[in-house]
Design a protein around this ligand. Sequence first.
Ligand SMILES: *Cc1c(COP(=O)(O)O)cnc(C)c1O
Length: 302
Amino acid sequence: MCGFTTITVHSNEKGQVNIEELKKELTKDIAAIMLTIPNTLGIFEEQILEITKLCHDNGSLVYMDGANMNALVGIAKPGDMGVDVLHLNLHKTFSTPHGCGGPGSGPVGVKGFLKDYLPLPEMEKTDKGYKLDYKNKKSIGKVRAFYGNFGVLVKAYSYIKSIGADGLRQVAENAVLNANYIKEKLKRYYKLPYDRLCKHEFVLSDEGMPNGVTTTDIAKRLLDYGFHPPTIYFPLIVHGAIMIEPNETESLETLNEFADTMIKIREEAEKQPDLVKNAPSTTPVKRLDAVKAAREPNLRYK
Ligand SMILES: *Cc1c(COP(=O)(O)O)cnc(C)c1O
């Protein structure tokens, strides 16, 4: 961290960066801002050009977390928004395996003026083929095994080549359409704290659920209906967050079935809350101690 620390800039009531707060924090000591576009609420940062200009005028760089590129591929260029550095989580957008929290892989892209600071070696094309170049003096040197997770990179590249630019655009369009479709279906049954056009995901809350039914109960009940529950309790700014990110490959049938199941669980919460509170009832194991499992993992098979 080179002696730097992080400062949090909060979001405003629209779920976007609070620009006034950002302006106050943007002192000469700020090296860079990191932000996710669209953000974790699934909302596009409408003031992104103003944000990046403020940062650049201050001499600060803009780093974009590319985890949500599924909403933007083929449509919007982070470089045009003023982003200087961007990583792509390949497993989020380019169809590669995540590795169960293990070996994900992702390239980091930078604007031309930062090229000299990239790690070594650089790949150079010559008349005779490619060669590794170690000349760059400004680089911090080698930071990881040069080839990285090569297989994952090849898979992402093949995926991009096979669907092409039009295909990528369609990915983003369908992901956004699917998320808005589910959002509109569910917002009468669940609290939707930021009720506006979303990108590839949106976040519901368990606030106001009848009979004290919580997000955990809803997630466990989804297992009974054969759905892998979505990310829950994140982002933290939403009470009992349920993050729904249907992505582009789900069929209309699956989207409808998921929405109908969520509506059914809402009705159960009202009329038969014990069904939801005691879920899951169809799985081989019930509610596990997730904290203990994380703190004291037992990885033996037998
Ligand atoms: C998924 C996600 C991450 C974490 O990425 P992994 O590569 O899956 O660990 C970081 N930031 C945001 C906004 C994400 O959605």
